[in-house]
Ligand binder design. Structure first.
Ligand code: SAH
Ligand code: SF4
Length: 367
């Protein structure tokens, strides 16, 4: 009776629920009632859903679980960034990071509360600098597990989140169907009702999926993890570049920007001696100008066991200035929040290794 890809109520779109309710002889308005409990009132217990008949609640409770991921660990930073380690029912763990409004990123009047979501357990793309791919790919998250991170982060923090970035563990475009479904649930008025322009998908550069995303109607934003302005640099640190070299990636980016009438963002982590030379900055400026794209520079966050170091403060500053002198809109993330967001994978790694100093599950902040 229930399709195999539905493993919890949070995997269900409105259409899924309409089909499910029809199959048990329930009228359509009951679906709207249930959706209001799930996404407006955030109710997680059937017994509290007072306007649904007892018999229906029992049928629903017996058909699919209604459970959010468990908070396995939390970590706080001075700037009130809050990092959650979530555990799913099979024991798998991923991270989500809640980032407070950041003047450097969005302007001083911004009230943006951003949540960085994970889309896979592990990652198959093996970028040489990244903690998320160190143990390879374990599995894809379902749409409900992605939506669950959002609901659980709001519940645990008491904050209203109004911006989502798919920049946690995993490559979102390699889990295309589930990520699109989670965006449907997060964006739709019957769901979490977040504006499409407040949802950003970050990719290491999967060309066919960028083209596919460009043809979807939703106005979601795309951030591309470039980290190198030449094939030589990208080949060295991002194996995905051998499959989709820079010129094919940039053509796909141009198609996306034209289809959506949107400016793209390029993420660029600064790694000492690898991609932070003046010539790298000039090459990046040329790419950004030709695509009218914005550059987010991120100081590399060193990962235990990996050889890479963050660029010096002066290299970071010079790199930024070269971009700006060349007419490119660029930011340099200096806040700890930015660092933590960029370093998804590290709390999980520490927890799995049993070396985390943070007690579970109450949030602990350094300040
Ligand atoms: N797989 C997607 C989204 C997740 S990674 C992607 O690669 O875009 C989110 C961002 O964090 C990417 O730009 C990634 O390159 C960056 N990142 C990974 N490890 C990092 C580290 N140790 N320090 C800084 N940024 C890092
Ligand atoms: Fe995967 Fe992104 Fe990390 Fe690369 S940077 S290994 S694509 S999560």
């Amino acid at each position: 009776m229930i399709p195999g890809d539905l493993r919890s109520f949070y995997d269900c779109t409105k259409d899924d629920l309409l089909a499910l309710f029809e199959s048990v002889g329930q009228p359509k308005y009951r679906v709207d009632q249930l959706l209001r409990w799930l996404y407006r009132r955030r109710e997680t217990r059937w017994e509290n859903m007072s306007d649904l008949p007892e018999g229906l609640r029992q049928t629903l409770a017996a058909s699919l679980p209604l459970s959010l991921p468990e908070v396995a660990n939390t970590a706080g930073a001075k700037d009130s960034t809050l990092k959650f380690l979530f555990r799913f029912s099979d024991g798998s763990m991923v991270e989500s990071v809640l980032i407070p409004p950041s003047p450097a990123l969005y302007g001083s009047l911004s009230k943006r509360k951003t949540l960085c979501l994970s889309t896979q357990v592990g990652c198959a793309y093996g970028c040489k600098f990244c903690a998320s791919g160190l143990d390879g790919w374990k599995r894809n998250l379902s749409a409900g597990e992605i939506v669950g991170q959002f609901l659980a982060a709001e519940a645990a923090s008491g904050e209203k989140i109004n911006n989502i970035v798919f920049m946690g563990m995993g490559e979102p475009l390699a889990n295309f169907a589930a990520v699109m479904k989670s965006i449907d649930i997060l964006n739709s008025p019957w769901g979490a009702d977040l504006g499409a322009r407040h949802i950003t998908v970050s990719t290491s550069g999967l060309v066919p999926e960028i083209l596919k995303l460009a043809d979807q109607p939703r106005q979601i934003r795309l951030a591309v993890s470039l980290h190198g302005a030449t094939d030589e640099v990208r080949d060295q640190i991002m194996p995905v570049n051998r499959k989709y070299p820079l010129d094919s990636l940039l053509r796909a980016c141009t198609y996306y920007a034209n289809q959506k009438k949107q400016k793209l963002s390029f993420e660029y982590i600064l790694i000492a001696g690898i991609n932070d030379r003046p010539s790298d900055s000039r090459a990046l400026a040329q790419i950004a100008r030709s695509l009218h794209a914005k550059i987010n520079l991120i100081p590399y966050n060193p990962v235990e066991g990996l050889p890479w170091q963050r660029s010096s403060d002066s290299s970071q500053q010079n790199f930024l200035e070269t971009l700006r002198k060349n007419g490119v809109v660029a930011t340099l993330r200096r806040e700890k929040g930015g660092d933590i967001a960029a370093a998804c994978g590290q709390l999980r790694m520490k927890t799995l290794a049993g070396t985390n100093e943070i007690s579970s599950p109450s949030p602990s902040r350094e300040d």
